[in-house]
Design a protein around this ligand. Structure first.
Ligand code: CU
Length: 390
């Protein structure tokens, strides 16, 4: 990457860290919400309103008239969307630090909305006819729409395992495999990747990685490149793999809020990742439904078409498009393995191959996965030893 890119990286890491610190401040906007809701009850609907996004939360908007213009200001360092739960009512992507507008629906009602990238972000918009005698009901703080059988598995529930073969996207030529073992609400993710972009300004290239959820559970086809720039951006892939359900960070937060924190990304062209964390209900449900997709981001800019090399990232505009675009993708499918490394890998591998795949490629992947688990176990032991010494 160029020196310019390197200069840009430092503030983003810093902001990422700040965002991380700020993320738990989700409680703060609730008093604001109440105040605004009351305003909405007392006043007639307005023709223009502003919704501010800060710390991964939407501010409340006053009741608006049908067709009102609503400006959305995004104060976060990552992009968000304002997408109506009712398909087609409104949908806009708001770049990091930027703004966008939507037009209120013509039909009065309370419209719940969410962020396509961050499944924990919800809000609602009340559209009220100007002559309405009775005020519309106060906008409820929109409980998350309960995904089918959403509750996280009870503690002590039987272990379930999922595996994904990670395939190259955007010509990354990378490859990898992932296993997710779920026990109760704890998920242990073991991953091995290779062939990714190696350095970023002379330092190991940060590859943010996530479990994306809640969409088709597929990896985007080349036709997903709706902008025609030759690169499937993270946003363009969302209809296939969905929003971020969990961040496969190396430390700290594993929620969607940590999604673009480069400081906790996988580093370099090849790495082994293993971490156990508490699985949120949405991600647990998506895993069960077969719609959870692992995506590893970050391309070598030199491999992009010339014009696309100059484009900003759709997620973090201060970074180049290459930095956040998908490089690896794979759908997590249930396997028959019932225990993690330490057991007899041979048995589990055979079972998994027999039940989840019908192609030679998949069998090869799962067999490789068995090897990877052993390798990961060894690496993990080594790290612990090193850590104890320090
Ligand atoms: Cu992602």
């Amino acid at each position: 990457m160029s020196r310019k890119s390197r200069l840009l990286l430092a503030p983003v890491v810093l902001m990422g860290a700040l965002a991380l610190v700020g993320a738990p401040a989700m409680a703060a906007p609730s008093s604001l919400l109440t105040a605004s809701s009351m305003t909405a009850l007392r006043s007639s609907p307005v023709m223009a309103a502003t919704i501010t996004i800060k710390n991964y939360a939407y501010s409340a908007a006053p009741a608006v008239a049908p067709g009102a213009k609503i400006t959305i200001m995004n104060q976060d360092t990552v992009a968000h969307t304002v997408t109506s739960d009712t398909a087609g009512a409104f949908d806009v992507t708001v770049p990091a630090g930027g703004s966008a507008t939507i037009t209120a629906p013509a039909t009065a009602g309370s419209y719940a909305f969410h962020c396509n990238f961050h499944s924990n972000m919800h809000g609602s918009l009340v559209v009220q006819p100007a002559e309405a005698a009775a005020p519309a009901p106060a906008p409820a703080p929109a409980p998350a729409p309960a995904p089918a059988s959403a509750p996280a598995p009870a503690a002590g529930a039987a272990t379930a395992s999922y595996q994904a073969n990670l395939g190259a996207i955007n010509g990354s030529n990378a490859s990898g495999s992932v296993m997710v073992s779920v026990s109760g609400d704890q998920a242990t993710v073991t991953e091995k990747v290779s062939g990714l972009a190696e350095t970023f300004g002379g330092k190991p290239y940060p590859h943010v990685q996530h479990i994306h959820i809640g969409a088709k559970g597929t990896c985007p086809a080349p036709s997903a490149d709706t902008s025609g720039d030759g690169v499937i951006s993270t946003t363009e892939g969302v209809p296939a793999y969905g929003a971020i359900g969990a961040t496969l960070s190396t430390s700290g937060d594993t929620s969607p809020a940590a999604g673009t924190d480069l400081a906790v990304a996988g580093m370099g062209s090849s790495f082994t990742y293993q971490r156990t964390f508490t699985l949120n209900a949405d991600t647990a449900a998506s895993l069960k439904a077969g719609t959870a997709v692992v995506v590893v981001h970050g391309l070598d800019p030199a491999t992009l078409p010339a014009a696309a090399q100059k484009e900003p990232s759709d997620l973090v505009p201060s970074l180049p498009l290459a930095a956040t675009s998908p490089a690896l993708c794979g759908t997590l499918v249930a396997s028959q393995m019932t225990s993690m490394p330490g057991g007899a890998p041979g048995t589990g591998v055979v079972n998994a191959a027999a039940t989840t795949s019908s192609t030679g490629a998949d069998v090869g992947m799962i067999a490789a996965g068995g090897g990877l688990l052993l390798a990961a176990g060894a690496t993990f032991m080594l790290r612990r030893k090193t850590g104890a010494k320090a």
